[in-house]
Ligand binder design. Sequence first.
Ligand code: SF4
Length: 371
Amino acid sequence: RQKAEDRVYGDMRNLRRERPNVLIGLAGCMVKPGKEEKIVKKMKNLDMAFRPEDMGDLGEKIQALRPKWNLSVDEGSLGKYFEIHPKVSSKFQVFVPIQTGCNKFCTYCIVPYARGREKYRDFDEVVDECKLLVSSGAKEITLLGQTVDSYENFPQLLEEIDKIEGLNRLRFSSPHPSDFSQELIETLARLKTTCPYIHLPVQSGSNACLRRMNRPYTREKYLDIIRRIRKAIPECAISTDIIVGFCGETEEEFQESYSLFEEIGFDMVYISRYSTRKGTYADRKLKDDIPYALKAERWHKLNDLLKKTAKKANEKYVGREVEVLVEREGMGRSREYKEVHFTGGEVGEIVHVKVTGAKEWLLEGEIVSPS
Ligand code: SF4
């Protein structure tokens, strides 16, 4: 979305102001093929831009811009993005990409054009990397992909990673409703490391709007997936992404998103106001015809409802004990991805916290014992 892009420009300005000597590189879907140099020239706070598939040249690029830096990049691992073994700064919480690109072509999204079609990492290579990460201290692994559940044999991949001795939590982001199979649900319910938290983007509760967005599922199918998840994993926390004010969104269509919220009672939702992203199908063929004030009004309506459902979902934890991975002193996340606040705790440690209070966006409690 355009708003997200504008935020990147602002962040770069701030970064440059706060740390004038830092080397700023831009990667991802803002960098179009062949336009790397142009974008660097155009943006005065930017030092370099590269496409995900050119990640392999990153070492050389940095070295050319900062010849005095002594970069220790593994010889031979530069050629392929997926073969780079990251030197992670947070050892206990790591992210492992398993797929890039996308074949879905949602009409508002630039990813399939900017990142190309889906590419998958080799199954054994992913498992080996996870083993390596766990042996060097990882307690939580998050598998990453644009539509992560479109990975062939995804349930089997989870199963293999689950066997790794010492791993405590296995997460993934983001799945697509069309690929969310019953086999995957049953696997998530059965494995010991997979967490009772699923982020499943819906984008709209209206079938007509979903069709304009080129999201190939219906409201009914989405509700059915949530029903099956809750049947298999009764305590599962559920979050989603939703867009308000997409091209042509009528009041009735918005009401269908609203009623979907009421029906599901999400734990968390990332609500965005639609803004046109240049180069997408929606930019070329659809009209961004919902006034900003109406988008804002719809956003507030959903956000007010979310505050209620999120608080209600959090209140059920009061009096219970939750397992928390400490991310910084006094704060961590439960297996259900709830932000938990308490006193003390060592970063990277897993503790048990007795929940004493619940707010919309977080739980409060006291450490009962390290696990
Ligand atoms: Fe973009 Fe996700 Fe749709 Fe792919 S599935 S086109 S990444 S929104």
